[in-house]
Design a protein. Structure first.
Length: 75
């Protein structure tokens, strides 16, 4: 959704679309995670009413061997 609004802004030059993209990004990355207690992480799980599911959005410190190379690459 954000990408579409940014593309519209770039194509049309209408600031409305850039502002809308900012609002969407803020809602998804700040407002919803804060309300769900995700503490800075984007919520991936929602209930049937499209409310963030705090139990499923809990932080899990699980790393597998398959993703361990990512940690080495970023350091």
């Amino acid at each position: 959704m954000c990408e579409a609004q940014i593309a519209l802004y770039e194509a049309l030059g209408d600031r409305f679309h850039l502002d809308r993209a900012t609002e969407i990004a803020h809602k998804l990355c700040v407002a919803l995670p804060t309300a769900a207690g995700c503490y800075g992480r984007v919520c991936e799980h929602y209930n049937s009413d499209w409310e963030p599911d705090p139990d499923k959005n809990k932080v899990r410190a699980v790393h597998t061997r398959a993703d361990s190379h990512l940690c080495r690459q970023s350091s």
